[in-house]
Ligand binder design. Structure first.
Ligand code: AHR
Length: 332
């Protein structure tokens, strides 16, 4: 239905998109009129979203809603999950197909269980674009593209940092996101790859459900079970890492000396904690890809080629100074 091409970073796509839009505006004359589409009709977008989950999700979903505005020519229908429940997402997805929206954006709470819904959208010729989360099994004939930072590459860089930081080895634990969420497996895969043959010993891995409170309680238990002999925490998101930092402090440990904590997301609170020495390393998982998503929707509805996976560039921050350098104008 939609041609698939190689993976390309979002920057490249956005630049191409801006060029195309610019050319269209020029062709539409000085007032930019007739720059594509009938100005009277809005493109309807069904956004099957995750809803309240933490700072990253809040930034991501606000950015999508701030991008797909009526002024931009869109009628975005936001459908957050009820308590992260997949059934509520499938129900919303089905209602969007039945309503005949022009395009569906999907951030899946669970990776599996989407085949039937995606096939229904395909039969209705409604393109589906995955935001952030992938699906398992990954059948990319069922969706147009996935827009996200590359979880495997992001976590690989965390693992490489850990290997370089502990040349003489040490014990580590992993605080994972919820079981069944695709990015959890991708981040474990990338971290293990990044560790390479480093002599770090994995003592435990448990979910703390993306939450600071659970991150604290789970790490407290891990410390007690291992007599505080843990030198590294890989927390798969900021909130869990911040919780682990609280647990370390309450156990009388100094973050950065007795234990190091690495997280993924790069939200303001984590960058502040990194600047203050309460975290040791933060890898951004850039949530602000609304413009890229809009560009992909426009290309898709125009029947143009779309890459099968559009990678959103994300940076790593490995010191207090690196965090301080970006904190002032941090957008999320
Ligand atoms: O899927 C992205 C993950 O979901 C983020 O890392 C986490 O903070 C969010 O809840």
């Amino acid at each position: 239905m939609f041609a698939k091409k190689r993976i390309r970073t979002a920057l490249g796509l956005a630049a191409a998109g801006m060029l195309a839009l610019g050319l269209t505006a020029c062709a539409g004359g000085s007032d930019g009129g007739d720059a594509g589409g009938d100005s009277g009709e809005l493109t309807t977008v069904g956004f099957v979203a995750v809803g309240p989950e933490g700072a990253w999700r809040e930034a991501n979903e606000a950015n999508i809603q701030d991008t797909f505005t009526k002024e931009a020519g869109y009628d975005l229908k936001y459908a957050p999950a009820t308590n992260l429940d997949q059934k509520s997402q499938i129900d919303a997805f089905t209602s969007f197909v039945d309503a005949g929206v022009d395009v569906i954006l999907l951030s899946a709470t669970e990776a599996s269980g989407w085949e039937d819904s995606l096939k229904r959208a395909q039969e209705a010729e409604i393109p589906v674009i995955l935001l952030d989360r992938g699906i398992e099994p990954d059948d990319d004939s069922l969706y147009v593209t996935r827009i996200a930072p590359d979880n495997v590459e992001v976590a690989k860089e965390v693992g490489a940092w850990a290997a370089a930081t502990f040349p003489d080895g040490g014990n580590y634990v992993v605080l994972e996101g919820p079981a069944g969420v695709g990015v959890v497996n991708e981040r474990n895969e990338g971290f293990d790859e990044g560790l390479g043959d480093a002599s770090l010993t994995k003592l435990d891995a448990q979910t703390a459900n993306w939450s600071a409170e659970e991150g604290k309680s789970v790490f407290e238990t891990m410390l007690k079970a291992n007599n505080n002999d843990i030198q590294l925490v890989f927390a798969q998101n900021d909130e869990m890492g911040l919780g682990a930092a609280q647990a370390a402090e309450e156990a009388g440990l100094v973050v950065g000396e007795d234990v190091k904590i690495a997280t993924i997301d790069g939200t303001k609170s984590a960058m502040q904690a990194l600047a203050d020495g309460e975290l040791s390393y933060v890898h951004e998982y850039n949530p602000l890809f609304g413009e890229t998503a809009l560009d992909v929707v426009e290309k898709t509805l125009a029947g143009e080629d779309v890459d099968s996976y559009i990678v959103v560039p994300s940076e790593e921050f490995d010191s207090a100074d690196a965090a301080k350098a970006v904190l002032a104008d941090r957008k999320y």
